[in-house]
Design a protein around this ligand. Structure first.
Ligand SMILES: Nc1ncnc2c1ncn2[C@@H]1O[C@H](COP(=O)(O)OP(=O)(O)OP(=O)(O)O)[C@@H](O)[C@H]1O
Ligand SMILES: [Mg+2]
Length: 309
């Protein structure tokens, strides 16, 4: 593994527009150039990885360059995929005259708040378990801060929720067993599905909590609000024992900037950079200058990556 990017799984987060996709892609290019097989996963519903690499991306890995692959998760697609698998699982268990009503209930559940998030989380769990052996690095480009934190705290919440579901199911099974089966245990496919999901979540939780396997990187700009938000986000993650090692300070005005307007901005920026150093003194800070243009080509990504070595 690369000395700096020592964890094979990396989540990149931060406020909207600070440069998460750019940074994730630049890290990906750098690792790929060093010969590491790398997969970039965009978990942001408003994808821009495809635009950045000028490729159409899908839910399956697409080759972006030698050693570098990318995929985009579409939460809406994940929800409908998930709902049809639930319907499939229930086939044969539900009386035919009830099927329509049960499907209606399932569709309603799919439209409820949080369903896209949990479908997204399910997909992340599967990617981690299925792809971690095919790639040396998995880089997750996440949606703006609040969302990421919620997502990453989901294994905790899910754990509690799954326990309740499984208990409930056990209770139902026990009463069935007493009533119908002369005390013999009944096979319950739903119970099995829940148990399998639980095992998967448990495995991924352990990977997420293992700081030799998973790293969290925050990107921010030298401005007041991103600094405050990053501080808050780091506290929240650390509350879940998910320590943040690296911070990328992006879009720093270049040294050569001149003119009265820019000099004034640079003066202000200096204060924020000092604040960043003070506030995050235990973190590894990586500084990336503002380029003269948006980052939209492989060469520009390469340029950004020289600051992330
Ligand atoms: N160092 C840089 N120099 C110049 N432009 C930059 C730099 N970093 C990012 N940009 C530009 O800033 C814009 C936002 O960057 P990017 O899309 O990486 O941010 P993001 O955090 O992923 O945004 P979102 O929250 O919308 O996903 C893009 O147009 C990108 O090209
Ligand atoms: Mg982005």
């Amino acid at each position: 593994m690369h000395r700096k990017w020592r964890q094979p799984i990396l989540f990149v987060g931060g406020k909207g527009g600070v440069g998460k996709s750019t940074s994730t892609s630049a890290i990906g290019c750098m690792l790929a150039d060093r010969g590491y097989r790398t997969l970039i996963v965009s978990t942001d519903p408003a994808h821009n990885l495809g635009h950045l690499f000028h490729r159409k991306m899908t839910g399956k890995p697409t080759k972006l360059k030698e050693n570098l692959y990318g995929l985009e998760i579409d939460p809406k697609e994940e929800v409908s995929h998930y709902l049809s698998s639930v319907k499939q699982n229930l086939k044969g268990l539900v009386h035919s005259h009830m099927v329509q009503e049960v499907h209606r209930q399932i569709d309603l559940a799919g439209a409820s708040p949080g369903s896209e998030e949990s479908a997204l989380f399910d997909r992340i769990v599967n990617i981690i378990l299925e792809e971690k052996n095919q790639y040396e690095y998995l880089l997750f480009d996440t949606a703006p801060t609040g969302h990421t934190i919620r997502l990453l705290s989901l294994p905790e919440l899910m754990g509690v929720w799954m326990d309740q579901m499984i208990k409930k199911r056990e209770k139902i099974n026990n009463s069935y067993t007493e009533l119908l089966n002369d005390g013999q245990a009944v096979d319950d496919p739903i119970y099995d599905v829940l148990q399998r999901r639980r095992v998967k979540f448990q495995q991924v939780r352990e990977i997420l909590l293992d700081s030799s396997k998973t790293g969290f990187v925050f990107v921010m700009n030298p401005e007041r609000l991103p600094i405050m938000e990053t501080k808050h986000a780091i506290q929240q993650l650390e509350q879940f024992d998910l320590p943040v090692e690296h911070l990328i300070v992006n879009k720093i005005l270049p040294d050569g900037a001149d003119g009265n307007f820019l000099l004034k901005r640079k003066e202000q920026e200096k204060k924020y950079l000092q604040e960043i150093e003070r506030t995050f003194k235990e973190k590894q800070l990586l500084y990336v200058p503002l380029l003269s243009q948006d980052v939209a080509s492989m060469d520009q990504l390469q340029e950004v990556s020289t600051f992330l070595q």
